[in-house]
Design a protein around this ligand. Sequence first.
Ligand code: BGC
Length: 757
Amino acid sequence: MKIYILITFCLFVFSHSNYAQTKLDVVVENKIDSLMELMTLEEKVGQMNQYNGFWNVTGPVPEKGDASSKFEHLKNGWVGSMLNVTGVEEVRKVQKIVVEESRLGIPLIIGYDVIHGYRTQSPIPLAESASWDMDVIKASAAMAADEASATGINWTFAPMVDISRDARWGRVMEGAGEDPYLGSQIAKARITGFQGEDLSAPNTIAATAKHFAGYGFSEAGRDYNTVDVGTSTLYNTIFPPFMAAIEADVKTFMNSFNVLNGIPATGNSFLQRDVLKEEWDYQGFVVSDWGSMAEMVAHGYSKDAKSAAESAANAGSDMDMESYLYVKHLKNLVDEGKVSVDKIDDAVRRILRVKYELGLFDDPYKYCNEEREKAVIGSDKNKAIALDMAEKSIVLLKNENQLLPLKKKGMNIAVIGPLAADKNSPLGGWRLAAEDNSAVSVMEGLKKYKGNKLYHEKGVELVKGKEAFVFEIDINTTDRTGIAEAVEVAKNKDVVVMVLGEHGFQSGEGRSRANLDLPGLQQELLEAVYAVNKNIVLVLMNGRPLTINWADENIPAIVEAWQLGSTSGDAIAKVLYGDYNPSGKLPMTFPRNVGQVPLYYNYLSTGRPTYPGDDLVFWTHYTDEVNTPLYEFGYGLSYTEFTYDNLKLNTNSLSKTGELKVSFDLSNTGKYEGKEVVQLYIQDLFASIARPVKELKDFKMVSLKPGETKNVSFTITTKTLEFYSANNIWESETGDFKVFIGGSSTTQLASDFTLND
Ligand code: BGC
């Protein structure tokens, strides 16, 4: 009988734990105690070691070509987890080695970047966030979990909950944008989608809140760069989505590549021990980011690889992703007394806990079912979920003279641009398991509407050369030969649909940009077409906010279609033809000029906020650009019109135990049925630290028929007004507040109230 079966039998016999946290399942804790009694130090360290599979590299590899030693380590029980092993056949192989050949047969946890779908791609996370629709976001994550788990994966490195205010940073595509409140709701929706009600079910997977912490604040938006944030930003802006993730019972955290106060996150015990594991009493485990342990040497924080392992273990990094440092050094570090056995035990206990919760000890092959794999991957049901998500992610930025929706019959439409027939870019930058060129293109989506005639020209190429995942995208800036043909085709057409934007690999990890304009020759193409036909609908595909001032001034209709995944073209066609009335709102500010970045709506009140008059220059402004964004956070139009009216507060004096009801009328004054995301913001006028000029505190999605009015209400309590104060605690402070209501952060209605003791 294999020892691991023996363990299951003996678990209760050995159980002696007094591990008493109420949140924990005593039975599981007892099982862990029993198992840990049987483990050697090497086997414990093995649980803390994660290896990449044998292909599919998502970061630099420290030692290439050592697959045979990985197999050896699996047999010895020196590997607790693998990432990037995909497909039932492959997962079964590696699982079989540890289960049948290692001494204790402790199953592996299999991780993968299931970021916005597995084979079926949902929109990139930034796009999904534009839906502000938590049910659909949750359904999209559940769909991803369903597919991933059917291929043997039981752990995703998602959601990325890093708040970012810098559109230059390529990874804004992977997050929920700039706002901590919206980001927190989305973190919860994604986690509950991935993990479901029952983590041990075969179609749910463990989630990861990443990257802890501050990664979204890399200076100048350059990936892996220094981060320098103060306490208030850390607590009031960066931490809330991580706290929300814990509320949603996220099973793991990933640390980050950056420093915080000069200390790399991986070796940072303030972050991982003091805040996460003590202040927040987190019971899951922390995986390092790819190679981040070894990178502490490059940071100049650790003098060598061994001391990097020491710092990481002591600081609370429980699992080493691809640095190979724990497996090499941790046992010696314990023997030398540099890392305590207690710390090792704590890390191992956390890792085993998640394995138990996933049900891997009951059946290590529970995610390895070939029939399920075939039935689930890329199914029509999953495509329908991705399509629903895609429609809801689209944001209508401009629609002059109601150019949209398009008539379904009798029109000649030119469809122009390098992304119009592209089936690859819409899949986005994190589509590891998707088939290349598998997205529905805009052309294909539009063709399904048979009543109009389509004429297609690319105009310009977006990239030169190969499109490989790991390489820089080479933007073609010289070949103008296609522009004249595109112009010719655009002439005399009723409408021109131009599909422009970024290549799918131009955003994402390691894809920062110093320029936010339309890449390559696309602006030139746009202007050339405009010169012969002004009836343009610009469909944008991009992984980040872009600076599109010229388009905003000149082009009558602009649709933000991000990178919408497998069903992209169908969703875009439905919106262009009015079969879905757009309801998305921007989760991130669109600047006018890259020089304004970081630009975000919830900036702190400053000492010189307004123009003092008399041509005086001494106020916060630029001499060559306005302060305001092109499109503000929360902004997005519909084919119908909404008006806000009749704001009422049931009291202007809120007590610390009381409730304040804010109500108003929302009317649909346009011609179409539509949905509006109504948003509630507050401003704390005076506090122990400077507070944002506006902060999102609640939102609701309201559906209205033409001519219909609904009374909408929100409730504010003292909890709504809490922040991390100068006392270094979460509290609300008495005093005066403003409340704002509207369809974007610019807001339409305002009133005041006071918080009293
Ligand atoms: C990224 C992580 C990702 C990991 C594994 C790293 O480079 O920063 O977000 O989960 O690779 O692919």
